[in-house]
Ligand binder design. Structure first.
Ligand SMILES: C[S@@+](CC[C@H](N)C(=O)[O-])C[C@H]1O[C@@H](n2cnc3c(N)ncnc32)[C@H](O)[C@@H]1O
Length: 448
């Protein structure tokens, strides 16, 4: 439902508005099969809490009418917004602090001429088969495994020895590829197979070892995943407009960086579509540690973590929380757990800055859509949606619409561990988390 009034809402009115909105079934996409949500390049790499493309498509259908639109996502993750925008011939910009997210987004939004990709894949696999065949070809085709020394201990913690050697060979063969776009494509396939090839518990998003797991054989897993990605690329290539196929670079501006400071011109974006990290839920730096260690993305994991918004490794000395709703959440949590209260405070301070940055880059008349869920943590209600809406209003947006949607898929775990607040598997957890989420839409209007 649209907000009729043009006036600013008080925090109490914001809460009432959001809580009184009914669930809108047409935004749940319950009928979509995995083949639809994972179409084109959308299944190149698993990613916790990723969007389904249908949600981005519907927002674009409803709000973006100009053909030369500029779409932005300050928290690209696996690049769902970016790839969807590119499929329609829009200009897409975005950022993420996570190296692997940046890599996936680049590859997912970059259609490759299918026959070129086919021949590159054949060549790479032939190279690996030769290197793997031992005796006969050993001298001419030797491939010394590329295993990042500085992280060897962590690698040995997660992978059995034979898999370390084979993964090292695959990585070495990928490095021989001279075309950077193809090399990135192969690297995403490599990154995706790390989890099945390790003893990381298969059903777990969190880093838990399963000593009974039989890890997948790397070359088999790599070959199979490349095949799937090749097919996804061909489908994606077929739908993107010819101008994008000819010069994809001209339609993309993706960066590895902080959502609070995007290298995007002021007043240049038509729509921001994003989902933020959640406070004290996923530690994205930890969840992607297999890729981080193999691809040498960070010197020290502990330093790397601190750059992430929503991490439990951050707190501010002199925070300034502008949102009253966020302050009230912080105060209620402080009575229960001061450490989590400080994490919540840091999260909302950071999110206020991201929302202000989104306002800066939007054109007048442009909109931001922030997707977020509410939860309960240590018995305290964390009304992220209400706090985000207030932060948006404080940044200058007029609150225009809230869409309440059910999350039918199991992409987001539905439960939290009551003690730690972290997402847990359904059997281990005791608190409901995010069965529904909110899309808060604000518009940037001419300032009075
Ligand atoms: C919920 S995920 C986004 C998922 C995305 N919508 C998708 O479809 O894959 C949130 C993202 O925020 C990123 N992030 C966390 N802190 C950040 C920061 N300071 N600047 C930019 N991105 C950050 C995380 O790395 C993560 O990829």
């Amino acid at each position: 439902m649209e907000i009729i009034s043009q006036k600013k809402l008080t925090p109490a009115e914001i809460s009432e508005w959001i809580q009184s909105e009914p669930v809108q079934n047409e935004w749940s996409f319950a009928e979509c099969k995995p083949s639809q949500t994972g179409k084109w390049s959308h299944d190149y790499h698993r990613y916790p809490a990723k969007f389904i493309p249908q949600l981005v498509e519907k927002l674009l259908d409803e709000y973006v009418l100009n053909r030369d639109a500029h779409i932005n996502d300050p928290f690209m993750g696996s690049g769902t917004t970016i790839a969807t925008a590119i499929s329609r011939g829009f200009f897409a910009s975005g950022t993420d602090i996570n190296h692997i997210a940046y890599l996936i987004s680049k590859v997912k939004s970059r259609p490759i001429q299918p026959s070129l990709l086919k021949s590159k894949i054949q060549k790479l696999l032939a190279r690996l088969d030769a290197a793997d065949s031992g005796g006969l070809f050993q001298d001419t085709h030797a491939l010394s495994p590329l295993i990042p020394e500085r992280h060897y201990e962590r690698i040995a913690y997660w992978f059995p020895e034979p898999n370390i050697v084979m993964l090292g060979k695959i990585l070495a063969a990928i490095q021989e590829e001279p075309n950077p776009v193809i090399k990135d494509f192969f690297t995403v396939a490599f990154s995706h197979i790390l989890k099945p090839c390790s003893i990381w518990a298969q059903g777990s998003t969190k880093p838990i070892r399963d000593l009974k797991k039989i890890p997948a054989e790397p070359l088999f897993a790599f070959r199979r995943h490349l095949k799937k990605m090749e097919q996804g690329n061909a489908e994606f290539y077929a739908v993107v407009p010819p101008a994008v196929r000819e010069n994809p670079e001209a339609f993309l501006c993706l960066t590895l960086g902080d959502a609070r400071h995007q290298p995007v011109e002021s007043n240049s974006v038509d729509m921001v579509i994003t989902s933020s990290p959640y406070v004290t839920s996923y530690e994205y730096a930890d969840l992607h540690q297999l890729s981080t260690i193999w691809l040498n993305f960070a010197e020290s994991l502990s330093e790397y973590r601190k750059a992430f918004i929503g991490t439990s490794y951050k707190c501010y000395e002199r925070p300034s929380l502008k949102s009253q709703i966020a302050r009230s959440i912080r105060e209620r949590m402080a009575a229960v757990d001061m450490k989590i209260a400080k994490e919540i405070e840091a999260f909302f301070v950071d999110m206020q800055a991201v929302i202000e940055e989104s306002y800066r880059i939007l054109k007048v008349g442009g909109r931001s859509a922030f997707v977020i869920g509410n939860t309960k943590l240590r018995g305290v209600d964390i009304q992220n949606a209400e706090a985000f809406a207030e932060c948006m209003q404080l940044a200058g947006f007029r609150l225009e619409r809230v869409i309440v949607r059910e999350i039918p898929s199991k992409i987001l775990p539905q439960k939290r561990d009551e003690k730690t607040g972290r997402f847990a598997s359904n059997e281990q957890a005791d608190t409901e988390a995010y069965p529904i989420e909110y899309i808060i839409i604000g518009i940037k209007e001419e300032s009075a």
